[in-house]
Design a protein around this ligand. Structure first.
Ligand code: 0X9
Ligand code: ZN
Length: 302
């Protein structure tokens, strides 16, 4: 089991995944899709209904691209818990779809925020003689570096020496491509600010199919609003937040061909990147309402 009354360290997250694989071998499969710069395993959990169909459509969920956004991995862990340990209630979500979840994209950074610098955002690979880290969400190779990304290695939004300079973004890229054709919905959890964002991040123009993505995001916002009263803003990244190229969402949509691609910025609960531990459980429950509604919409339409 896992507790949502504290933020979990990388090792505890791994232990939970191992425990689920042990207890639910027919519905859970773990993979290591790569290693962080610091040598930590990048682990996915694939959750199925155990019917043996290996060719289902896929929902791809990740979290923890940004190290300090602790509520995001917590949200991913709650999704995992619901789909695996509360399977009876959620089996409809696994009827025609498998879920592939990478709960911590940037474990080096995540651990560093626990042990050294709470507000660290980037990866932990040296970027220059004196500065460390690349913004993984500026490092994807789609209009890389064109806008909202820095060329300075010391900046928090450093785009990297080249697109996909980081082992973590390489691993996520390869995971996306390994699921091309099967993956219909890519959802990446961040914080904070209560946004459901979709392409494009690099331009104020909208993709041709923006209304399809908007419909899914609106379903998520509506479910959260009616469940807890919390408001989410829905729109394209550039139009409702800011322009920033090289994000995983634009790449998933444009380069990996995943038709529904959304960045969810979870709430601050009054404390920025650091919601009180006593708020984690209600935040992840609320987030799950939105994710479930979006998944239901995707699964009924795609
Ligand atoms: O700036 C980001 O990477 C995201 N916001 S955060 O506060 N979590 O850092 C928003 C990313 C939206 N997507 C793109 N700009 N592609
Ligand atoms: Zn973020």
């Amino acid at each position: 089991s896992i507790s949502f009354s504290a933020y979990q360290r990388y090792d505890a997250i791994n232990s939970y995944l191992d425990q689920l694989a042990e207890n639910y071998p027919s519905r859970v499969n773990l993979k290591t899709i790569g290693k962080s710069y610091g040598g930590l395993a990048l682990r996915t959990i694939t959750i199925t209904n155990g019917d043996g169909n290996t060719n289902k459509k896929v929902i791809l969920l990740d979290a923890g691209i940004h190290a300090r956004e602790w509520i995001a991995p917590a949200g991913a862990l709650y999704v995992i818990q619901q789909l695996v340990e509360n399977f009876e209630e959620n089996s409809h979500l696994l009827e025609t779809y498998d879920w592939v979840i990478l709960p911590v994209v940037n474990p080096d950074g995540y651990e560093y925020t626990h042990t050294n610098t709470r507000m660290w955002r980037k990866t932990r690979k040296p970027a220059s003689k004196s500065c460390v880290g690349t913004d993984a969400n500026r490092n994807f190779d789609f209009h890389w570096g064109e806008v909202g990304a820095s060329s300075s290695a010391c900046s928090d939004t450093y785009k990297g020496a080249s697109a996909f300079s980081e082992p973590e973004t390489q691993a996520l890229r390869d995971l996306m491509h390994s699921l091309t054709g099967r993956a219909k919905f890519y959802l990446t959890l961040h914080s904070y600010g209560n946004y459901l964002l979709y392409p494009w991040g690099y331009t104020s123009a909208l993709p041709d199919t923006w209304e399809d993505i908007d419909e899914v995001a609106q379903a998520g916002a509506a479910a959260i609003k009616s469940g807890t009263g919390t408001d989410y803003t829905v729109g394209s990244s550039t139009n409702v937040l800011y322009a920033a190229a090289g994000g995983s969402d634009d790449y998933a949509f444009a380069a990996a061909g995943i038709p529904i691609s959304i960045t969810m910025e979870l709430p601050a609960a009054g404390n920025g990147f650091n919601p009180a531990p006593s708020k984690i459980e209600e935040l992840v429950r609320e987030t799950w309402l939105g994710i479930k509604a979006m998944a239901e919409k995707v699964e009924q339409k795609y």
